[in-house]
Design a protein around this ligand. Sequence first.
Ligand code: ADP
Length: 449
Amino acid sequence: MFLRVFLFLFFQLLAAALVCAMESGPQRLLNAALAALVGANLWLVLDGIRGMRLLTWLRSGDTSDIPLGSGFWGEVFDRVRKLVRQRDRAASESDIRLQDFLSALQASPSGVVLLDHDGRIEWFNQTAGNHFGLDASRDMLQHLGNLVRDPSFAAYYAAHDFRQAVVMPGRASSSTIPIKLSVHMHPYGEGRSLLLSRDITALEQAEAMRRDFVANVSHEIRTPLTVLAGFVETLQSLPLNEEERSRYLELMAQQGQRMQTLVSDLLTLSRLEGSPPPPAQEWLSVKTLMAQCQQDARELSSLLWGGSQSLHFAMDAAMDIAGSASELHSAFSNLIANAIRYSPPDKSIAVRWSRLPDGSALFSVKDQGHGIAPEHIPRLTERFYRVDRSRSRETGGTGLGLAIVKHVAQRHGAELVIESTPGKGSCFSIRFPAVRIRLPLVISLVIGA
Ligand code: ADP
């Protein structure tokens, strides 16, 4: 400031001194005073020019091209520059924080829509875009109520009662692939709202499956129970002769057996779902497994058809398989039992274990039975799904056999393949990966030697 006052006076004195030095006579002092005034104005003009440079720069808004200066204006430039830089830094830091925050919302598995006090869309993440069919380039600042037209959502939005979520179909929902959304509005700030959407299709399906399962189990148990209760009442109330009594008792035993099989299959399924996968290092002899299955098959076939079916068991080579003996036995005997139960008495059934060129192995059961229409095949492994309900019941089926086979196959890294031609027969096979198959140790040693 001192320099500024000094320069101001210096300009005036310099102009007055120059005039005094150049002139003589009575006008000299007056001219010197005029020169001092001109000097003062010149200083003011120069000062104004520097002030204008600052103003022009501030107006331009271009903070990168900061004019340099010295003295008073230099300090003003310097301080303004520092303030501008601080503001820029704070702005870019809060921009980064905002971007981080929006990226977190973008990564959210839930749909997020931010609405202003008028219900206009300020921002939404990609998940919400997919849920509601919103397009960022088209729908920003549009009223949400105009874009999401589902009646249940419209009623929820209009009622302004946001204590609960509302369930509505997703934008891409169709009759073949239904999508269910749970949508919840959360008011915040001054009239703003946060809309959260969640895809609950899988949850709903699981809940529907649970309900179906409970209903199916209850139905399956209630039927033999009702029959049993009926027979008990008959035995208690009617005077029966010995022959009738023993016939009724036999029928009761059959119903008891049916319930026992059902409970045992249910327990097997729940064990398969709840236990860790079978070890990949425990080797079993396929020959032993096949021998057990062959014996079970002969017993069942003679029980059902008096042994008139011809059963053929064959193995390409002796092999070991890594897995659980009880699970594999259950899967193999389920497939063989189905072939026996769903084939007429005079037909033949071929059970085969073969090694494939890539080292994997195939267990297959081929029958000449009634076969299965193509539309049923994808659903056969669903619990309690039956093509022919009465035939299944007559032959002691629970509707859980193929669900067990599928689980066992999956737990051994294997795949269940079903091929069938109605009227001609079916072939059920399980393909085991090479990692679970090996030649028995003795044979390997002989080959290696
Ligand atoms: P179930 O105890 O009723 O046999 P599964 O789960 O083992 O139950 O089989 C489901 C349905 O698949 C059966 O009810 C039957 O309709 C059909 N099915 C299974 N295996 C055969 C087969 N070899 N031939 C014809 N139909 C079969």
